[in-house]
Design a protein around this ligand. Structure first.
Ligand code: SER
Length: 622
């Protein structure tokens, strides 16, 4: 069965069961500057999950274009893509678990022709607030019985493996769904709930590397044997300010399943790039990219990145140096890099673009692709050409380097030719050369320091920044701790800008009495040295026992004094500006400690990517 047939059958199946089929929302969310892209089918449905009336009724289904920038680095294996289609159906306070699980099982087994012997299920084990989902377990057992399978339910698969079980209980780390993740990670007001996920077993046992993936292979393990093909979310709770959960006014179903993955399961093909979905695309890539940087991995990266770019450009996004445009630029550049295109080579991408657009040309659902063919190809072509010419010049320099490439040489290449270190590393590997990466990073840091000093002069020594975070605390004691963490967040923000440069901007903040969480723009992973420097800088500021002062200014005056404002926010006419000595100055609602020694010692516990170009730090205070 082809992917087109599966998409059509899904929509028809749910239409026959009373659902209105709606178009895909755009990938670039309209009217929502807080998120870069649509990452799940439910994202545009949030108002209806919270109780607003959907004009088309209580039963909706669609196939939604999704893009997950945080998966860029994962692409290249048999199952990750940045762009994918999510088949979805929703009940807004209408049907519940029994209908949903019956229908979806029927669809997978009888319509998509997926062998039920290879299907496995996970359910929510319960936590101290929300009970275990025994109702779903009963329903699943009956469904499997109908196809002569006795579905045994088991705990603790992470440690003990599959043991001939069929249904597995997992904690809220795995079987809970909200846009931000676990119950703990959710923001106040967000909807979420327990979920029941469906997995397909490809039977490829050789992939489980015990050191990498843990003591047992189980449905949720990352080795790639089991692939999640769908998720039934029982969206029935809303997070409260004190961390507890309140039932939503209605019980909702939110189902989402990746079309690429359901197709892979239907075709029993563990590599989604070998399904009919990517057939013509991969063929064109193989034909035209004769010297991929990293073999099969590169071919997949090129297919994925160009496909995502086609969709993004069809929505009028253009490559640029910031936000969404930067991510698009990065996709095209990475594809170009993996194709080892050098300016002047015969340009091979045109037919690849064609093959992508042709894959969707008969799908009325995405007519924007075919309708914008020329424009899409022009934008892609120009960006790829520009980049490939630049890296050709860089490569000429690279060829002059000896077996050992110094940090200065590597940095010069990046600085003057935009020749990414990632590409340099791949070339060096190919040619058996060595790069002094430690020195390279030092060079880069020094450079950033110089540009920071320049920027500080321009802003009169202060960044005046906006805090968009929230403080979550239940009682007096917790509020005190959250307040210490709040002031620590300001110090952290200022320190990050001092160490990493003035391009660092706040992208989010979330504070509980246990920890702070701070999101900021920065294009790569921080080095352990950088993390340590930031942590030390915050602790030094604490030790200096700065006093924290507040002044009320008109928004204009605050800005005039050199404020960097978060332009996407609406500000009241009067704003509070909190200063911590001369170390930090931010627009903020408070509350804060009065002197920095009250904060105690901070410790950065984690630094990670949350999407391309956005990092997240977690820290605690002692
Ligand atoms: N929202 C859920 C997911 O994205 C199911 O649609 O997995």
């Amino acid at each position: 069965m082809t992917h087109t047939e599966i998409r059509d059958k899904f929509l028809k199946f749910f239409e026959e069961r009373g659902h209105k089929i709606v178009p895909s929302f755009s990938l670039v969310p309209e009217n929502d500057p807080s998120v870069l892209f649509t990452t799940a089918g439910m994202q545009p449905m949030i108002p209806y999950l919270l109780g607003e009336i959907h004009p088309e009724g209580k039963r909706i289904a669609n196939s939604q274009k999704c893009f997950r920038a945080q998966d860029i680095e994962e692409v290249g294996d048999n199952r990750h893509t940045t762009f994918f289609e999510m088949l979805g159906n929703w009940s807004f306070g209408d049907y519940w678990k029994k209908e949903q699980l019956n229908w979806i099982f029927d669809f997978l087994v009888n319509e998509a022709k997926i062998n039920p012997q290879n299907l496995y299920i996970t359910v929510f084990a319960g936590n101290n607030q929300i009970p275990r989902d025994t109702e779903s377990v009963q329903i699943w057992k009956e469904l499997f019985k109908k196809v002569d399978i006795e579905a045994v339910d088991l705990e603790n698969a992470e440690q003990e493996g599959m043991r001939n079980g069929r249904i597995f209980y997992y904690s809220d780390k795995k079987n809970w769904w909200s846009l931000s993740g676990t119950p703990e990670e959710m923001a106040v007001g967000q909807p979420g709930g327990p979920d029941s996920e469906m997995f397909y077993d490809f039977g490829n046992t050789e992939q489980h590397d015990f050191e990498k993936y843990g003591p047992a292979c189980h449905v949720n393990c990352d080795c790639g044997r089991y692939l999640e093909i769908g998720n039934n979310v029982f969206m029935e709770y809303q997070k409260q300010a004190n961390g507890s959960f309140k039932p939503l006014p209605q019980k909702n179903i939110d189902f989402g399943g990746g079309l690429e993955r359901i197709t892979a399961a239907s075709q029993n093909q563990s590599d989604i790039f070998s399904t009919d979905f990517f057939e013509t695309i991969m063929e064109a890539v193989k034909k035209h990219v004769t010297k991929p940087l990293d073999g099969e991995r590169s071919l997949r990266i090129i297919s994925d990145h160009l496909r995502a770019s086609v969709f993004l450009i069809s929505e009028k996004l253009r490559p640029s140096n910031k936000d969404r445009g930067y991510i698009l630029r990065r996709l095209i550049r990475r594809a170009t890099m993996h194709a080892t295109l050098r300016g002047g080579d015969k340009y091979p991408f045109m037919e690849i673009f064609d093959s992508i657009i042709d894959t969707y040309k008969d799908t009325a659902y995405y007519s924007e692709i075919n309708a914008n063919r020329e424009e899409i190809e022009k934008v892609l072509h120009e960006e790829a050409q520009r980049f490939s010419s630049r890296i050709r010049e860089g490569e000429e320099h690279y060829l002059k380097f000896g077996k050992k490439i110094s940090g200065e040489e590597a940095f010069l290449l990046e600085q003057s030719y935009g020749f990414p270190i990632e590409l340099l590393k791949e070339l060096a590997k190919r040619d058996g050369k060595e790069i002094d990466e430690t020195r390279f990073r030092k060079e880069k840091e020094q450079h950033q320091e110089i540009s920071r000093a320049g920027a500080e002069k321009k802003f009169g020594g202060h960044g005046l920044l906006m805090d968009t975070g929230e403080l979550k605390a239940g009682n007096e004691e917790e509020l005190k701790k959250a307040t210490r963490l709040h002031t620590a967040t300001h110090l952290l923000h200022a320190s990050l800008r001092k160490v990493l440069g003035p391009d660092v901007h706040q992208a989010g903040s979330d504070i509980t009495s246990e920890r702070l969480r701070f999101d900021f723009t920065f294009p790569r992973k921080m080095t352990p040295e950088e993390i340590k420097r930031v942590e030390d800088m915050v602790n030094e500021a604490v030790q200096k026992d700065y006093s924290v002062t507040k002044e009320e200014l008109s928004y204009e005056d605050a800005i005039k004094s050199g404020a960097l404002a978060f332009f996407k926010l609406k500000y009241p006419p009067k704003v509070n500006v909190y200063s911590v000595g001369d170390f930090s100055k931010e627009l903020c609602g408070g509350p804060h400690v009065s002197r920095t020694r009250e904060i105690g010692k901070i410790k950065i516990t984690k630094e990670e990517a949350i999407s391309a170009g956005v990092r997240r730090i977690r820290a605690t205070v002692e």
